[in-house]
Ligand binder design. Structure first.
Ligand code: GDP
Length: 444
């Protein structure tokens, strides 16, 4: 997971000071030395670290901490606030033009994830904000970039405007915007031409595209794994084009976090979105405070709830509750529930959002066995409708057939049946408990 080393070190440092009834200047100094090392090791820009330490130290030996009743906790609060400020403070929203379409220009070097992010962003705009974006294939240099965007468009059933690779990106942008107006698209997302390195030709061309398309947003896509290089790239693009935001990709990898913590301070450009995987729904708005909270092991329950709200069907959840109450929960419901949880993202990522998750022994290194989950799905899918509804029918020959059909073993089938029975038992107990409480007239 991203930030792991940094999170570990900072959390250990914070644990030492948390319970202190008194915090001396020496304590603060000692702590700041550790925080400084942790940040430098996470590849945070040297000057950014220096300024950060200065600000936290000043506040930590100031009145707000020394006079408080819980100085240890107060110091941690200061660190969290300053980390949040470092990453941009408030969440930075995406522009909405009052003369649609809103034009977004995506820029970046090859391989950063620009084309993928263009698709992800369109998907997010539609799913979360109900928008109707038009994707524009203007990366005419990277072989296959146009085809890639067209494929992405198909996957999310969204139109892609393309004129092939023989027309200049400037002309493509111009015609695309006219087309979007005609077709009443409210967003236009232009996947511009990338290069392997920053060069004059690239910048000239991007400036021309900017001139003709008058974008409301210019998003630079950078790869978080490249650390300080990402920060330098952001600096150059910002100088030449005036960025309105950065999309930091590949934050699902084990990046040390330097780019996320330095970009805002060095380039004065906010991180607006983060890429968390190769799939088309793996793009999220960046919330500095939630990220600071995650780094300090305080969890990110808000993001978890949002994920549940966008991915879990409320009607289905209600139906499920009803089934639990009436004890008519079947294997099909079980499968349904499993797929809803899975649609929220990889399970280890979800676990990472729980407060203190990486402090719980065993949980931190938990390798959620996705294969085992697919086995469960396969087993349930191999059952007949009757078997799904009445597991008590299951005898040796049925189990054998199911194991064979799902490519698993009889032991695995047995294990699942047992788990399902236990779950039903638990539901029964819960239902009885609530009934009991109701009789007693208790509020709950
Ligand atoms: P472009 O040259 O900048 O347009 O880059 P692409 O969009 O083709 O992406 C390059 C590679 O990075 C592809 O294999 C993508 O699947 C992958 N990629 C993009 N964003 C992410 C991300 O957030 N996480 C991960 N793990 N991979 C990503």
């Amino acid at each position: 997971m991203a930030f792991e080393g940094l999170a570990d070190r900072l959390q250990n440092t914070m644990a030492k000071i948390r319970g202190k009834g008194k915090v001396s200047e020496a304590d603060v100094k000692e702590m700041m030395r550790e925080v400084r090392l942790a940040l430098l090791e996470a590849d945070v820009n040297f000057k950014v670290v220096k300024d950060f330490i200065k600000r936290v130290s000043e506040r930590a030996v100031g009145q707000e901490v020394m006079k408080s009743l819980t100085p240890g906790q107060q110091v941690i609060k200061v660190v969290k606030e300053e980390l949040t400020i470092l990453m941009g403070g408030e969440q930075s929203k995406i522009a909405v033009s009052n003369r649609p379409p809103t034009v977004i220009m995506m820029v970046g070097l090859q391989g950063a994830g620009k084309t993928t992010t263009t698709g992800k962003l369109a998907n997010l705009l539609r799913k979360k904000y109900n928008r109707t974006p038009l994707l524009v294939a203007a990366d005419i240099y990277r072989p296959a970039a146009i085809k890639q965007l067209e494929t992405l468009g198909k996957q999310i059933s969204m139109p892609v405007f393309s004129l092939g690779d023989q027309v200049s990106p400037v002309e493509i942008a111009k015609q695309a915007i006219a087309h979007a107006k005609e077709q009443h698209h409210d967003y236009v997302i232009i996947d511009t031409a990338g290069r392997l390195h920053i060069d004059e030709n690239l910048m000239d061309e991007l400036q021309q595209v900017k001139e003709i398309s008058k974008p409301d947003e210019i998003f630079l896509v950078v790869d978080a794994m490249t650390g300080q290089d990402a920060v330098n790239v952001a600096g150059s693009f910002n100088e030449q084009l005036g960025l309105t935001g950065v999309v930091l990709t590949k934050l699902d990898g084990d990046t040390r976090g330097g780019a996320a913590l330095s970009i805002r301070a060095v380039t004065n450009t906010p991180i607006k979105f983060v890429g968390l995987g190769e799939k088309l729904d793996a793009l999220e708005a960046f919330h500095p405070e939630r990220m600071a909270s995650r780094i300090l092991g305080m969890g990110d329950v808000l993001s978890l709830i949002e994920k549940a709200q966008t991915n879990v069907d409320a009607d289905k959840a209600k139906e499920l509750e009803q089934k639990m109450r009436t004890m008519s929960f079947t294997f099909d419901d079980f499968l349904d529930q499993l797929s809803q949880v899975r649609s929220m993202g990889p399970l280890d990522e979800l676990i990472g959002m729980l407060p203190g998750a990486n402090k719980v022994k065993g949980l931190k290194n938990v390798q959620v066995d996705e294969k085992q989950i697919s086995h469960v799905e396969a087993i349930i899918k191999s059952m007949t409708t009757k078997e799904k509804e009445q597991p008590e029918l299951m005898n040796a020959s049925r189990k054998k057939r199911i194991a064979k059909g799902s490519g698993t073993s009889v032991q695995e089938v047995n294990r699942l049946l047992k788990q399902f029975e236990e779950m039903k038992k638990m539901m029964k107990q819960m239902t009885n408990m609530t009934k009991g409480k109701k009789k007693g007239g208790m509020k709950f």
